[in-house]
Design a protein around this ligand. Sequence first.
Ligand code: ZN
Length: 510
Amino acid sequence: MYDKRNEIGGNIMTYEEKLQQYKDWIFRRSAYQMALAIIGIDKQTVAPSAGAAYRDERSAYLAGELFSIETDPAMVQLLKELKDDPKIDGDNKRAVELYYKQAMDTMCIPKDEFVAYQKLRDESFDAWIQAKSQSDYSIFEPYLKKIIEVSKKMYSYRNSDKNLYDQMLDDYEPGMTQEKYDAFFMALKERLVPLIQKVTQAKQKNEAFLHQEFPIEDQKKFMTQLLEYLHFDSSWGYQNESEHPFTSWTCENDCRTTTKYVKNDVISAVLSTVHEVGHAYYEHDVDPKYDGMILSEGISSGMHESQSRLCENYLGRTTAFWTYHYPKLQEIFPTQLGNVSFDEFYEAINVAKPSFVRTEADELTYPLHVLVRYEIEKGLFNGTISTEGLNETWNKMYKEYLGVDVPNDKVGILQDVHWSDGSFGYFPTYALGTAFAAQYMHAMRKDLDVDTLLSNNQYDVIMNWLKEHIHKYGFRYEAPELMKMVSGEEFNVNYYLDYLEEKYTKLYNL
Ligand code: ZN
């Protein structure tokens, strides 16, 4: 049969010609992705708010152009043929399969609706910023309602027989479903709720000294030293500030992170930096042969989060890490920390205490913050919870799960950016990734004396282990496959629960 799509200048395309077309397509695609990434970073960091409407319209246009490239029927046909071509090598086969799946999920959406959705996401983000600054959920509610409606419609085009929220979960963590997450969170609840109760009843630690006034200019002095220690080198990375710390990138040698300085919290910017730089390393360390390709991205949201949480908690909250850093912090803040002993400081940064804000939560109560969001998302998409009065639902759940009274929307429902841009199904990966990290850490400790490296200013050796075992593969494997390669066994939540139990039993003399 004659097929015009397989033809160049009247000849049937050879495998090599198809491969060249595919490579040209990847290049075009990555050019648009780069432009959109930079615009996104700019929007969340320095772009003046009055120009938002102008920028949002043009960003939506660019997203539409990228949509056309990604769903070009001739290219989708080419991907389909390459996928089954016996000549294709393993890396490209994997990439083509991923591109093809992505195209199948996207090309069913009418382009004008896709573009309108991108614009809505931008407008919704702008509304969230305003609502959060005024601590007023009612400003954001109409956008949230709309973005949920439109998200549902986008997914309905896929013609999948899977439950809607399951499809969303799968987009962020391939293979995950509500059933699997329910079992995961149940396991966490079973062991963590009694542990949190014991900790709450134990003798409380003093952490008030962490919340004195720490001038931001001085915090920045410490930050310079910290970035050096982390080897977050300006040749490939750059740190900015934003309302909600994040990491973005254009390629392995252009990774941007942000942090947020809090005047009465000396640890917040430090740990958020260690976290975000953890994300940046994941992108920086991917094998350069994947640059511009889908394989250059981390496997999944949970895998990305496993790398950032590993750095933040399993490295950044340890005695070894602070053995190196605490004297330096004391030197910058002699009035505030001069009389605080190392043990007092270490205990204070690891205090477990139910609170309102997820990003500032301790390791022990953290997964409960995620659980609240997971339960709400399930309800929003399964029709049992509505956006109306959702701030009150949120507050009730915080009371029930964490025992705290949320004082306002700013530290309540408006604290996170994710729902403003339609990232539903993303939150649960935060808890899952943290649990992955415990298992990776267990594997790493078999090879490396992590504590000695941390206290000896050899963070790079640890990052190199992660590069060799995890980062360099990018998206070459699925998360369960990589977990087996690295740890020798399937994901096991008990590594995480054992770690928390051991750490907090010791800290609180339980
Ligand atoms: Zn993160």
